[in-house]
Design a protein around this ligand. Structure first.
Ligand code: AMP
Ligand code: MG
Length: 396
């Protein structure tokens, strides 16, 4: 058995970014940028008004100015500003030549084609300078960033029609088990519903992968090998659940060996998740996750998720608060580190990690409302309430 950290190091060593592709902005949400974005021009491109009002020359209150034109957003004034005049202007309208400020409409009196200024106006009042947001040539977004709403807006403002992003990994989930039934299907004796399929598909999608629909494989050597063979040909990452232990009906390991998938590790000193298997064939990564639903989710979180991130060139932000104190004692496992599903609560300023109900690897409900994984190191006896524990994200 290797440690969680060692397993993760080996996974990351095998997870190099996939290629890059150019996508239009409207397909770029949540993608990871593979090349910096620089502004193609100043933003705003021209000096403009921050208010609805009048473009004027700065000066004292009490002046009467003739309104000689209008500058609307999208339609600049054809006339420049002359002496003793004003130009009606909307928010975002271009500042006409000759104007040095904008006076908001609530600060003027309108009378017969003129305005009377009611307040003193300083040069630059209510003006937005060209390039205040971005300077032409400035680097606005850096490779490695995930494109959220703000990044998409900034890219478009910067003049980009598209962005260069990392390719999304193609993921195929395979769930092994004769006992598995589709959602809602009536259960015969000894059968259960395939809860791993939607969870693993959803987790892969959350991580930015293109996950097809999970397929089910019976506990049969030939069928297992055939299912794995087609997944290996079509995907960048194959995730198999179940069948990686040592029972007589666990066919995944021998089938993978038969298909030339090289084992990188099998078994991690982790509870839940001991039988986790990882290997590769060429550039294709294969994860054999334990069948128990909680184990599958925990091992996805610890090992598959970092791989999917690395394949997309994504650098994960550390948790704002990577530590908490344990809210209740947890019996240690003598030989394996435990990843406990916890709810996080703040009590008198301290972040407390409360084990989220029974921790058996078959208890799917222990995942409901869980905020994070808390790590309890291997050892004897209990880790007492109040002890510090490291936290990690638990994706949804
Ligand atoms: P295995 O790893 O195949 O030995 O499975 C361990 C346990 O997880 C058994 O109780 C299985 O019935 C259960 N299990 C395996 N696959 C799934 C699945 N896709 N959904 C729900 N439970 C599963
Ligand atoms: Mg099984």
């Amino acid at each position: 058995m290797i440690t969680i950290a060692e397993a993760r190091t080996r996974v990351l060593a095998a997870s190099r970014p996939l290629g890059t592709e150019r996508v239009p902005i409207d397909e770029a949400h949540d993608r990871v940028l593979a090349a910096d974005v620089t502004a193609t021009g100043d933003v705003p491109p021209f000096p403009c008004s921050a208010m609805d009002g009048y473009a004027i020359v700065a000066g004292d209150p009490g002046r009467t100015l003739i309104v000689v034109g209008e500058s609307r957003a999208g339609t600049p004034s054809a006339t420049p500003l002359g002496d003793g005049s004003a130009i009606r202007i909307s928010t975002g309208g271009a500042i006409p030549d000759g104007a040095t400020a904008v006076i908001p409409q609530e600060n003027v009196e309108v009378r017969d084609g003129t305005i009377i200024t009611r307040v003193e106006v300083m040069a630059g009042d209510h003006l937005r300078g060209a390039g205040e947001d971005m300077r032409s040539g400035e680097t606005v977004l850096r490779a490695g960033m995930t494109l959220g709403a703000a990044e998409l807006g900034a890219a478009v403002s910067a003049g980009a029609a598209g962005v260069t992003v990392y390719r999304r990994p193609r993921v195929q989930v395979l769930c092994t088990g004769d006992e598995l039934r589709a959602p809602g299907e009536p259960l015969g004796p000894g059968e259960i519903h395939n809860s791993n399929a939607p969870m693993l598909d959803a987790l892969a999608a959350t991580e930015g992968a293109m996950a097809g629909t999970a397929r089910r494989l019976p506990d049969d050597r030939q069928a297992t090998e055939a299912g794995l063979a087609s997944a290996l040909d079509a995907a960048d990452v194959v995730i198999v659940s179940g069948g990686v232990s040592v029972g007589p009906h666990d066919h995944v390991k021998p089938a993978l060996a038969g298909l030339g998938v090289e084992e990188v590790f099998w078994r991690v000193a982790l509870q839940p998740g001991k039988p986790t298997w990882f290997g590769r064939r060429g550039g294709v990564l294969v994860f054999g996750l334990p069948g128990n639903p909680v184990s599958a989710v925990v091992t996805f979180s610890l090992f598959v998720r970092p791989a999917l991130a690395a394949l997309q060139g994504r650098t994960e932000e550390p948790l704002l608060e990577p530590e908490a104190v344990l809210g209740a004692a947890v019996r240690r496992n003598p030989s394996r580190e435990q990843a406990v599903r916890v709810r996080l609560e703040r009590r008198n300023g301290t972040l407390v990690a409360i084990p989220n109900g029974p921790q058996g690897s078959h208890i799917v409900t222990s995942l409901l409302g869980a905020d994070a994984l808390a790590f309890v190191p291997a050892g004897e006896g209990e880790l007492e309430a109040g002890a510090a524990v490291a936290l990690e994200r638990l994706p949804r």
